[in-house]
Design a protein around this ligand. Structure first.
Ligand SMILES: Nc1ncnc2c1ncn2[C@@H]1O[C@H](COP(=O)(O)OP(=O)(O)OP(=O)(O)O)[C@@H](O)[C@H]1O
Ligand SMILES: [Mg+2]
Length: 234
């Protein structure tokens, strides 16, 4: 089942010089997909996730979410869409500093108009944060905050999970665990789009792309065509 579709998306930033992170991007994301996007720093990976998360409008091209044209939705309708259907794991910390971890989770849940304390408990357990539920964000370690943000992104059972370098700040065990949790979400029917610099993690995705010169290159097809890569395991 199609969750979202980008068609010929083009995005410029005009701050003095013109930067074109997205030149012509087309991608269809289905329920159950686990997609990795790689590419060097500053190339436009986060920009792509912002467009997919309906936070940023493209200059050209179309973006469809569940076959609805996102450009035809009002700001209010987009907020509702994000609150109910999209889980965003931002690259930087975005928790509300004046709320405890548990309150942050409950707040995110309430925006999606659901309250389910069992879901909060289950996620706190899954991310091994139950004993930190009454801590404020500044009282958590960097890795605990990252796990908390992952829990928050999943709190409303989103159809689309956008994870921007979700393994940042995490030790090896937790980095692997986060990938495992994202895979579980995809197996349960969510679509996951993950930006990562780690080729081992990207290798675990069903589809793997590299963002380059504003275009998405399918890394797997490229490897098939290039005999040099034949014996690579990642
Ligand atoms: N709001 C903005 N206004 C102007 N330029 C921007 C804006 N946001 C991003 N850029 C520029 O667009 C380019 C792509 O940025 P983006 O954050 O998408 O890169 P990235 O691939 O996510 O990089 P990283 O791996 O470092 O996170 C960068 O050159 C950045 O400076
Ligand atoms: Mg980024």
């Amino acid at each position: 089942m199609e969750i979202c579709r980008l068609e010929h998306i083009h995005k410029d930033y005009r701050m003095g010089e013109i930067v074109t992170p997205l030149k012509d991007i087309s991608l269809t994301v289905d329920s159950g997909d686990f997609i990795a996007i790689e590419g060097p720093s500053g190339i436009g990976k986060s920009t792509l996730l912002y467009v997919m998360g309906t936070l940023l409008k493209s200059d050209e091209g179309d973006y469809f979410f569940e076959r609805k044209d996102v450009s035809k939705l009002s700001d209010r309708e987009k907020s509702v869409l994000r609150a109910k259907k999209i889980g965003f794991l931002f690259q930087d910390s975005t928790m509300l500093q004046a709320l405890t971890l548990r309150e942050n989770l409950a707040f995110s849940q309430s925006i999606g108009e659901k309250t389910d304390s069992h879901r909060i408990d289950a996620l706190l357990e899954r991310f091994e944060l139950k004993d930190r539920e009454n801590f404020f964000p500044f009282q958590l370690s960097g890795g605990q905050r990252r796990r908390a943000m992952a829990a928050r992104a999943l709190i409303h059972k989103p159809q689309l999970i956008l994870a921007d370098e979700p393994t940042n700040d995490l030790d090896e065990h937790w980095a692997e665990e986060i990938i495992c949790i994202l895979k579980e979400q995809a197996a349960q029917g969510a679509a996951v789009v993950m930006v990562t610099h780690n080729p081992l993690f990207a290798g675990q995705a069903d589809r793997r792309y590299r963002l380059e010169n504003g275009l998405l290159i399918n890394v797997m097809e490229e490897n098939k065509e290039d005999p040099k890569h034949e014996n690579e395991t990642v």
